[in-house]
Design a protein around this ligand. Structure first.
Ligand code: ATP
Length: 357
């Protein structure tokens, strides 16, 4: 049986509240797939439906070709890791990891080999006789991970597994999880509201908002080609300018209160639009006679390899532009007048309703 997971026309209601609206997608065998979105958008609801903890009001979920809607949770071969580690405090690390194998009646010798292998994979073998209360948060989460993979699940589900860890541990665990998943090739569905984490860890991401999947794609595409204004705003940082698109000759120019932005193409659309620009996509200059948006630096933040400048454009519009600090570039001062040069190829255009044009 293939360990892909397919959602077909999935619906979920809590009473009158429509929590998931017509979800359709397939997670391929061995893929690291992330459900990403703000709090309350329905990520956990979808995950719990796969696990069998939430009923399905419409549509089907299949593992490979097999529809699993009516298979009870304990008969779906699933490994789970949660935000709170859900470890048994009175059992040793070894027994915590062995728990799922006992329940599956695996013989003692095989179970022991598998537990030790799982502990080795998460680099916790030497802690096997410890009690979990004597372990750090990161170590406890590694035990939870070992416990989830030891049963050799068809699908691994993770719900915000790094949320309780401090920033440094979160990065460390992110790498451990990513490497382990690649090594074992387990189909993995991961839930997070942290866009940076999603970009770093996933093969593909589904971005959700209010129960609706907005875009499914590889991290680079999600970042560089957001399908709508919501995705552009939620993933990374975007500056948004409101304007009007009109045709000039064979090309489109977008007039904004901050200045004109000529495109290199005909949008095939005239009227109100929203344009977005990432901080790394604008170039700052002091020259006055160049095409661009005139402004003044109001805040300068040193971020190591680059500076982040807040710039006030016409009509009090604030945007952020980054500038690399290498090549002996001098840092700019607050109050400095600048022109933001924008290459037409970086300008993304959305309709008034927020859809990409
Ligand atoms: P978070 O990151 O905060 O956990 P989420 O994206 O995982 O958010 P869900 O937990 O899936 O969101 O919840 C989706 C929506 O459904 C929310 O508005 C939530 O309030 C609602 N909801 C979740 N569980 C229930 C429930 N048992 N009864 C009623 N409403 C619920």
């Amino acid at each position: 049986m293939s360990n892909s997971v397919t959602f077909t026309n999935i619906e979920k209601y809590y009473g009158d509240f429509h929590a998931v609206k017509n979800a359709n997608f397939t997670v391929s065998e061995g893929e690291f797939f992330t459900l990403l979105g703000p709090s309350g958008c329905g990520k956990t609801t979808l995950l719990r439906m796969i696990a069998g903890f939430n009923s399905i009001e419409g549509g089907t979920i299949s593992f490979g070709e097999k529809v699993i809607n009516s298979i009870p949770a304990h008969k779906r071969n699933i490994g789970m890791v949660f935000q709170n580690y859900a470890i048994f405090p009175h059992m040793t690390v070894f027994n915590n990891v062995a728990y799922g194998l006992k329940a599956r009646k695996i013989d003692k010798k095989t179970a022991e080999e598998r537990v030790l292998k799982a502990l080795r994979l998460v680099k916790m073998e030497e802690y096997k006789d410890r009690e979990p209360s004597k372990l750090s948060g990161g170590q406890q989460q590694r035990i939870a991970l070992a416990r989830a993979i030891v049963i050799e699940p068809d699908v691994l589900l993770m719900d915000e597994p790094l949320s309780n860890l401090d920033a440094k541990l979160r990065l460390e665990m992110r790498t451990i999880i990513k490497k382990l998943q690649r090594e074992l090739g387990i189909t993995t569905i991961y839930v997070t509201h942290d866009q940076e984490e999603a970009l770093a860890i996933s093969d593909r991401i589904a971005v959700m908002k209010a129960g609706v999947i907005q875009q499914i794609d590889v991290p680079e595409k999600i970042y560089k080609h957001p399908a709508n204004e919501f995705v552009a705003g939620f993933i990374g940082t975007s500056n948004f300018l409101h304007g009007v698109a009109r045709k000039e000759g064979s090309l489109t120019v977008i007039s904004t209160p901050q200045g004109d932005l000529p495109l290199e193409r005909d949008l095939g659309y005239e009227g109100e639009v929203v344009v977005s620009l990432r901080p790394e996509e604008g170039e700052l200059t002091r020259e006055e006679n160049v095409m661009g948006l005139k402004g003044r630096i109001t805040l300068a933040t040193f971020l190591g390899d680059f500076m982040n400048y807040e710039i006030e454009l016409e009509e009090d519009k604030m945007i952020e532009i980054n500038e690399y600090t290498k090549d002996g570039k001098t840092l700019r001062n607050i109050g400095e007048e600048v022109v933001v040069k924008v290459s037409p190829r970086f300008i993304r255009v959305y309709s008034k309703e927020g859809m990409v044009i």
